[in-house]
Design a protein around this ligand. Structure first.
Ligand SMILES: Nc1ncnc2c1ncn2[C@@H]1O[C@H](COP(=O)(O)OP(=O)(O)O)[C@@H](O)[C@H]1O
Ligand SMILES: [Mg+2]
Length: 357
């Protein structure tokens, strides 16, 4: 005998939302049930995009449906509730950019291409600002390569409550990653309007609390991805990271053009992997040639905010979740200098405090 709809609804009545302790049916989270022979496909609307409990909900729905003897195969599709649907459950829906209310300055870190050290700069800049006494958060918005949690040594999943997501804390800073949106290792295809919607919702619902600086590690490139994020949050300024090679620099030109076109202010350029110091000497080798960052900076009349050498310790710090900036020492000096420049540019007459090593 084939399964019928009532059987499906009956078992789903026994599955509760793990946070709200009410059944998915009563909460109106079951959007669609399709039955084809012994095959059942249900669509569940989560209270928020990137809900940390989504894998648990999915597994429980699947298990409940498979407990019906006539059911052989189950597919669970996850979507997100609309604001109106959420408002019904929570009473008042948090306003669109609720989580950003207490955030003073958003600084985005961008690059024309991947692998130039965008995440390394974002993470160490954040840690340096925090060690200088500012309240700092970092948003990993690079959904194609969400490396920030690893670089900070964070493996926990964030907690959600009443439609808000709570950032995790490490090395004195708060962190949220768009990697949370992906969940159980399933790659998400980041394209189209649905993505924009998911990102917007996600960005607005992170409970940052009061922050002096929120550093955003943007997706690389000069296309839609960085712009979607950049135009969703009110950005004070963008830092563009590059390496001195010619290819990297032509990407910077495109990157600069992209933000200027959107009237998003650019604070300046960071040249990463600028040179290699020869251990035990004052000598340096310009692996990728020299002067590239200066050239681009001059061409666009932008300040060159920092030149960061290639240092095995910087890479190691990232791999091991202990960014070099956690300690004030010689290798972390460029990041503290960068942090001081950023503060001076953002707070205009402000003088950075606590950047000396
Ligand atoms: N200044 C540096 N010295 C040594 N290694 C670096 C430096 N900057 C970045 N790296 C390493 O290069 C790789 C790419 O850096 P990453 O920050 O992940 O780049 P992106 O975010 O632009 O893709 C990482 O393994 C990182 O540890
Ligand atoms: Mg990265």
């Amino acid at each position: 005998m084939a399964v019928n709809r009532e059987q499906v609804i009956d078992v789903l009545k026994k599955v509760n939302d793990p946070e709200l302790h009410k059944s998915l049916i009563d909460l109106g989270m079951v959007k669609d049930v399709e039955i084809a022979g012994d095959n059942v496909r249900v669509t569940i609307a989560l209270t928020m995009a990137g809900c940390p409990l989504k894998d648990k909900i999915k597994a429980e729905v699947k298990e409940a449906l498979l407990s019906i003897p006539e059911v052989n195969e189950v597919k669970v599709v996850l979507t997100t509730m609309t604001s109106a649907e959420r408002a019904k459950i929570f009473g008042q829906e948090p306003s669109e950019m609720e989580g950003m209310k207490g955030v003073k300055n958003v600084i985005a870190v961008a690059s024309g291409k991947g692998g130039v050290g965008k995440s390394t700069v974002s993470v160490n800049l954040s840690v340096a600002l925090s060690r200088m006494g500012y309240k700092v958060g970092i948003l990993d918005a690079d959904m194609h390569g969400p490396d920030v949690p690893v670089m900070l040594g964070i493996s926990d999943r964030p907690i959600g409550s009443r439609g808000m997501l709570f950032p995790l804390e490490k090395h004195g800073i708060k962190m949220m990653s768009t990697g949370t949106l992906a969940g159980d290792g399933t790659p998400i295809i980041w394209r189209g309007p649905l993505v924009n919607k998911a990102i917007k919702e996600f960005l607005g619902h992170v409970a940052w609390g009061n922050l002096d600086y929120l550093i955003v590690d943007l997706p690389p490139g000069t296309g839609d991805a960085p712009l979607t994020v950049a135009s969703t949050i009110p950005i004070k300024g963008v830092i563009i990271v590059t390496t001195p090679q010619r290819v990297a620099l032509s990407d910077v030109r495109r990157s600069v053009g992209l933000f200027l076109k959107e009237n998003i202010p650019i604070l300046g350029i960071v040249e990463n992997m600028s040179y290699l110091k020869i251990p035990g000497t004052e000598n340096v080798i310009d692996i990728f040639g020299s002067g590239g960052g200066e050239k681009v900076a001059r061409a666009f009349r932008l300040p060159l905010l920092a030149k960061i050498p290639i240092e095995p310790e910087i890479r190691k710090g990232g791999d091991e979740g202990e960014p070099v900036a956690v300690e004030k020492k010689e290798v972390s000096r460029p990041f503290y200098e960068l942090a001081a420049r950023v503060v001076e540019l953002v707070e205009k007459d402000g003088k950075a405090r606590g950047a000396d090593i």
